[in-house]
Every structure is written in C-alpha cells, then in structure tokens.
Ligand binder design. Structure first.
Ligand code: GDR
Length: 328
C-alpha cells in the first residue's frame, strides 16, 4: 500500500487530494497545526482512516518526526499562507511558511531518507502568481517570473528550491504551476467564493451589498478537483518535472460577477456591487492565463469543468449552505 503525506490537508486542495488518493487505495497522513485545531473533524469526515500528525512547516524537527512516522512514498506540499493580500500585511510570516517551509520540508525528507532519497517523491504547489506582471500571454513553463506580491516571491523561492533539490540530489521532485482553482470548498476571502456567497445571500435577502476591488483583473479559473489529479499524475511519471496546470481560458472579475448574479436570475447587478479601494492591491497582477499543453501531452491531463459551470455549481452550493446557516 502506498503512503502519502500531505501538508495543508485542511485546505481546499488538501481535502480533494486526500479524497482522490483514498479512492486509489493510499494510506494518508495529513499534517495539522496547533492544539485542538477545529479542522480535525473536517479532515476525518472527508477521508476515512486518515492519520493526522501535529507538525508545522516552520518547525523542522516536527517535520522530521512526521516523515519518520509516515514513511511516505509521496509527499505533497500544499501548506502555505495562500491569501495574496495577507502577504503584504505579514511578509515575514509569509516568507517563513510559504518559502522557508519548503526548505524545512525538503531537509526533513533528506534527514529521514538519508542515502535512499529515491524512495520518496515530492510535489511542490507552485503558483501562477510567480508570473505576476508577465509579458507573455499565455504563460508556459518557460515564461519569465515577475512576482508582484511577497506571496509570489515566496512561491518563486519554493519553486526554484524544488528544482535545485532535483538537480543537486537527483530527487524525484516536481512542481505544479497551478493557476487559480476554485470549488465550493474555497475560502470565502478569495474572489470567486466571496462573490458566489454574497450572491446567494443577496438572493435570499440576507445581504444587500457586495464590495469588491479591481473588477478588470483577469484570471484563468478552473475546478480544484481537476487540479489535484494533475498533482498525482506528476508523481507517477518516471521523470520529475514542472508543469503549468490551467484551463487556457481567462475571464475578468466582472465576468465572474455577471455569471454569479445570472445564476440567481439577476441581470442588472450594478445596484448590488460597490467598488471599494480597500480591496485593491498595492501591486496587481492583471492578466494570468496558462498554456497547459505540456500537462496535456505528458500527463494526459485536461480540465473537466468550464468556468460558467463552476460558478453555477458554487452559487448552488452557497444557496444550500445559506439555507442551513441562518441570516446574520
Ligand atoms: P489570487 O486570488 O490573488 O489570484 O490568488 P483571489 O481570488 O484573491 O484574487 C483574484 C483577483 O480578483 C481581484 N479582486 C478581488 N480579490 C479578492 N480576494 N477580494 C476582492 O474583493 C476582490 N476584488 C477584485 C484581485 O485583485 C485579483 O486580481 C489565488 C490564491 O489561491 C493563491 O494562493 C494562488 O497561488 C493563486 O490563486 C493561483
């Protein structure tokens, strides 16, 4: 039986990945931070038989203990501070977790595996935010990085370090350069979920206004459930590599708002939406769209869900959630 160790197990991607690996018969270990973490039950309910280990990406000794217990064949590093605006407020903590955490985990794996590094395969969650102010559209694996946030800079460090461990130690270490990926499990601070949740609340009369920042930013949004399958496929290859994972289709935040409101029968959304500078960023990433040709050709991966379907799914899930969550 294969064993997988997942950091960031309680996040959107961690849960989808754990569910996928469970269906493939893996024994799954998830790292979880802190005492009495309220998300323990969430992970246990989603993945029967999961083992949750207490560890922190900023504490290398806790990571060494975790890999010693799990003895993983595959390690997926999904843990990070992932909300981009937070990285301007707390750049040092973001760097400790999102950048140096990758180093800590790779060193913990090396300390445990010793001369037998071939026994473990490593996946790093890299991000399209690394492209930032990219001059090339669409972005590929060879597009120059120009990160625009402390988060993006931290992700570049983790990405390059993963390549370095592959080249220095012959490690089977791969990175997925994942473009935005969403689902009903997305945190409510990210723009898709912020919009679908607010639209559901407005439709039910629980909320009157939705405040947003830059409506013209363009992103390539896919379904998170598809993207974790790409992660797994990378680690099944004979040779490691770096892959863009994206739909190849971009939309603006404005398009997102239009689609979400139309899912509840509202065509003129202007009376419900306020543009608020508080949600604008010190340095914006205006246009991200990925070319996933390499993932398609080498991994046999392709996205299954179009943007409109994804947003309708999220609005429906938020309507259902609001019906059980009373008006606040
Ligand atoms: P992003 O996702 O920064 O691309 O990173 P987010 O959903 O936060 O923003 C997308 C775009 O929407 C614009 N926007 C707003 N964003 C938020 N959060 N709230 C608003 O009110 C709002 N109004 C407009 C933003 O300016 C931005 O242009 C996500 C994260 O999951 C990262 O961790 C991951 O690496 C990348 O996707 C790929």
């Amino acid at each position: 039986m294969k064993r997988a160790l997942i950091t960031g197990i309680t996040g959107q991607d961690g849960l989808y990945l754990a569910e996928l690996l469970h269906t493939k018969g893996y024994e799954i270990f998830g790292l979880i931070r802190g005492q009495d973490n309220p998300k323990y039950d969430l992970a246990r309910a989603a993945v029967p038989g999961i083992t949750l280990l207490k560890a922190d990406l900023t504490d290398v000794s806790s990571l060494i203990r975790a890999v010693q217990v799990a003895e993983p064949h595959e390690v997926y590093n999904l843990g990070a501070i992932s909300f981009v605006p937070y990285s301007w407020e707390n750049p040092m903590l973001t760097t400790e977790v999102t950048a140096k955490g990758v180093l800590n985990l790779l060193e913990a794996i090396r300390a445990w595996a010793g001369n037998d590094l071939a026994r473990v395969r490593f996946y790093q969650a890299s991000s399209s935010e690394m492209f930032g102010a990219a001059l090339q559209v669409p972005q590929t694996e060879s597009t120059r990085f120009w990160p625009r946030s402390p988060y993006g800079v931290a992700k570049v460090f983790g990405h390059q370090l993963t390549i370095n461990y592959r080249e220095s130690y012959g490690m089977h270490a791969s990175s997925g350069i994942l473009f935005n990926h969403e689902s009903p499990r997305r945190g409510p601070e990210f723009v898709t979920r912020k919009v679908t949740r607010a639209v559901a609340r407005i439709a039910l009369g629980h909320q009157s206004v939705l405040s947003l920042g830059n409506l013209e930013a363009r992103r390539d949004w896919g379904f998170a459930g598809d993207y974790v399958d790409a992660m797994w496929r990378m680690l099944q290859q004979d040779t490691p590599g770096d892959y863009v994972v994206a739909t190849g289709v971009d939309h603006s935040v404005r398009d997102l708002v239009t689609l979400a409101f139309s899912a509840v029968g509202i065509d003129d959304w202007a009376p419900f939406v306020l543009e608020d500078d508080r949600f604008r960023r010190p340095a914006e990433v205006h246009h991200l769209v990925g070319d996933a040709t390499m993932a398609r050709n080498r991994l046999g991966w392709k996205p299954s869900m179009e943007f409109a379907e994804l947003i309708q799914l999220m609005v429906r899930a938020d309507l259902a959630a609001q019906e059980v969550e009373p008006a606040r």
